[in-house]
Design a protein around this ligand. Structure first.
Ligand code: NAP
Length: 675
């Protein structure tokens, strides 16, 4: 019998005598005792805030990102221990892949985004500099720093690993310690993963704690720097978000709730098209993966009225091939629901849907189960058909969290969008169409009700990720019924755990805070050319001003004929004069860039390894023949890339003989650590 322990203030705590007994949904046997332990919740909060928080905040974003990568790799090296427990949740190995490998993959994505999109420092710059004054002496910049609190993650039963890791990754990357509370029914799998994480020795003490069982008065003890991230039913979310202490303190509360996700078959996607077949495949996958216990599963299939019968026929034929049974038996495609009581819950919901829709496939009283007793947590896939989707209410409201979906007919695209929106807020709606105009019409009519719109067709189907797969790069969450939350979405998900602060001040102040040189801040003149300095030697603000160069008409003509760019503004005085932007013939912008490189480059071999690009190039005023140009090059930002080199970004500004700016850009170089 498994005994998942809590992990509180650095100690593993066994379930109490009066723990809940968990049964296998496959055999009915007792599999675990969980919960009931009297935990010191204040002690857990204090431990997180005095140990985990300071240790995490001491690290830079890059150090935390590297920690996530190493942690993901460590869990991956022991993932078979998790797969061994996975069938006890009723899930097949394929279902487990979404949970276990999906969770590990999410950590890797956050690790990589943290390295690429966040600084190797302690302050995240959010967005661009804001010009608040005419002469640039008073500027604005949004920054973000980690909250000094604890993140409480309350998770649903269906993804005991992914559900934990998709929240831990952004929170730890931000630098906030976490207390994880998994759903009791599948807590043994979460606990096994937490044990692996602790064995890794990679996490600072207090960074992650675990509650198996109930949260007691934990939420009554949270404050303004804390955050609750909840995943589960709308009912529980409402109860938790209404806890007076959370409201009084303005404690952040993110909710990912249930949702009546829709999939729309486009009007163009008749029988025989690749889109029709794709729709059937996606619908079948969504109904049967995890036995339909997925927050993103398709609950409503919205199909052109003339295609209702063909869709039901094709989908039924496909579902006929799905073997239901013991998830460990070879060939079984759909396992059990998580528990017999979850099955009873689904059957209640099915009865309600049955008041408005007719069951056209799947009989819960009569179906085959491989290697197990159908009286346990098993259900067959069930399809309903609702011929009056406008008059119906329950089919748009009642979430049967199992292998259940309803087909609804629509007349035209506007009607389809209207029906999808009647779910009152969803995590995802998919549209299977090869008609881009249909996709745009549905986006305009529907995007405001859905967290994600997933379009798929013959072009994208081979590489598409699936209607029901939330990706760490994209936001997961949705308005209204779906909880109003927004998780993941790359760095957006990390921002939940940080405070955004507007900083206003002079260029020097902003440079010192953000560790990124701001135009107008102190320039540090270099005696040695900065391209002769190694990554470590270069300091933010290091500057050279180059020699001057006259741009002649011969230079312009030579460049024009050499490159083939004989645009009239460079070649024809009268035509150029007629153009509102130019006083007459002007130098090519790209000629100026090339001259700039010629002016600032230090040609000898040295630590600068490569020029990897340039950003935000603007040509600000024209350069005429016989004008003189020079460049100011300033080290702007440094980011470590590998153990051997780092990226240095330079502000390059070109001036003319009147010291007016003529062009500006950010130059990207890779610079070696040693000379
Ligand atoms: P649930 O019953 O609402 O439980 C969710 C979590 O809340 C569990 O950890 C549960 O713990 C905990 N909980 C319940 N009452 C609590 C209380 N008074 N204080 C503190 N914690 C409490 O949902 P579920 O049955 O686990 O999950 C199924 C639902 O989740 C479905 O409706 C599904 O759509 C939704 N879901 C949404 C998403 C999403 O990302 N939007 C993802 C997955 C699932 P116990 O297990 O100990 O009761």
């Amino acid at each position: 019998m498994l005994e998942p322990h809590s992990f509180a203030a650095g100690k593993w705590i066994a379930p109490a005598k009066e723990a809940s007994i968990l049964h296998s949904p496959v055999t009915g046997a007792q599999i675990a005792r969980a919960g009931g332990a009297a935990l010191d919740f204040q002690g857990m909060i204090d431990f997180a805030k005095t140990k985990g928080g300071p240790a995490l905040r001491e690290m830079t974003f890059h150090q935390r990102a590297k920690m996530l990568k190493a942690l993901g790799a460590y869990i991956a090296s022991r993932k078979e221990e998790l797969y061994a427990l996975n069938p006890l949740t009723g899930a097949t190995r394929k279902d487990g892949r979404v949970d276990i490998d999906g969770g590990i993959g999410t950590m890797f994505v956050f690790a990589s985004k943290g390295r690429r999109e966040m600084p190797d420092g302690h302050i995240y710059l959010d967005g661009d500099l804001e010009q608040l004054s005419k002469n640039g002496t008073f500027l604005g910049q949004h920054i973000a720093l980690p909250l000094h609190g604890v993140a409480v993650h309350i998770n649903a039963f269906n993804f005991p690993i992914w559900g934990m890791l998709e929240k831990l990754a952004p929170a730890l990357l931000a630098g906030v310690p976490c207390i994880v509370k998994p759903a009791t029914q599948t807590s043994f799998l979460t606990e096994a993963c937490v044990r692996i994480m602790m064995d890794s020795g990679l996490l600072p003490e207090g960074a992650v704690q675990l509650i198996v069982g109930r949260t007691g008065d934990l939420l009554d003890r949270l404050g303004a720097q804390d955050i609750v991230s909840f995943t589960g039913s709308a009912r529980t979310a409402l109860a938790l978000r209404s806890v007076p202490n959370l409201i009084e303190n303005g404690t952040r509360f993110i909710a990912e709730q249930d949702s009546l996700n829709a999939s729309i078959l486009g009007l163009d996607a008749g029988v025989g098209t690749p889109e029709f077949d794709l729709f059937i495949r996606e619908a079948s996958t969504e109904i049967t993966t995890k036995a339909g216990q997925k927050c993103t599963a398709i609950r409503r299939m919205i199909v052109p009225e003339g295609l209702v019968d063909p869709v039901i026929e094709a989908l039924s034929a496909r579902l006929d091939k799905v073997t239901i049974g013991d998830p460990e038996v070879e060939g079984v495609r759909m396992g059990a629901l998580v528990s017999v009581s979850q099955k009873a819950d689904v059957l209640d919901m099915v009865a309600q849907i049955g008041n408005e829709a007719t069951r056209v496939y799947g009989d819960a009283d009569n179906f085959n189960v491989e290697g197990a007793d159908s009286a346990q947590g098993f259900l067959p896939p069930m399809l309903f058909r609702c011929d009056d989707p406008d008059g119906a209410k329950l089919v748009h409201e009642v979430e049967a969290f199992g292998p259940v979906s309803t087909v609804l007919p629509y007349r035209d695209t506007a009607h389809a969008a209207d029906l999808a929106n009647r779910g009152q807020g969803s995590l995802v709606a998919s549209v299977i169409t090869n008609d881009a105009q249909i996709a745009r019409d549905i986006t305009l009519a529907s995007a405001h009700w859905h967290g994600r719109l997933y379009f798929n067709n013959r072009t994208s189907m081979a590489e598409s990720t699936g209607h029901g797969a939330p990706l760490p790069h994209m936001i997961h969450g949705g308005p209204g019924r779906a909880g109003g939350g927004e998780e993941m979405g790359g760095i957006r998900g990390v921002m939940h755990y940080m405070q955004r602060t507007a900083i206003q001040g002079s260029p020097d102040i902003l440079t010192a805070i953000g560790e990124v040189w701001v135009s107008g801040a102190e320039e540090k003149p270099c005696k040695v050319h900065p391209f002769q300095r190694s990554y470590h030697e270069i300091e933010i603000g290091d500057t050279i001003r180059t020699d001057k160069r006259v741009v002649t008409v011969e230079d312009i003509e030579h460049f024009a004929h050499f490159t083939g760019d004989t645009f009239y503004a460079h070649m024809d005085e009268d035509a150029a004069k007629a153009n509102p932007f130019f006083p007459g013939r002007v130098a090519h912008g790209y000629l100026l860039l090339s001259f700039a490189a010629g002016l600032f480059v230090q040609p000898d071999p040295g630590p600068v390894l490569a020029n990897t690009g340039l950003n935000n190039l603007t040509f600000q005023s024209p350069v005429s023949p016989d004008d003189t140009i020079y460049v100011r090059l300033t080290a702007k930002r440094k980011t470590q890339r590998t153990d051997e080199y780092g990226e240095v970004r330079w502000n390059a500004t070109l001036y003319n003989q009147h010291d007016d700016q003529v062009a500006e850009y950010e130059l990207l170089t890779m610079v070696a650590y040693s000379r």
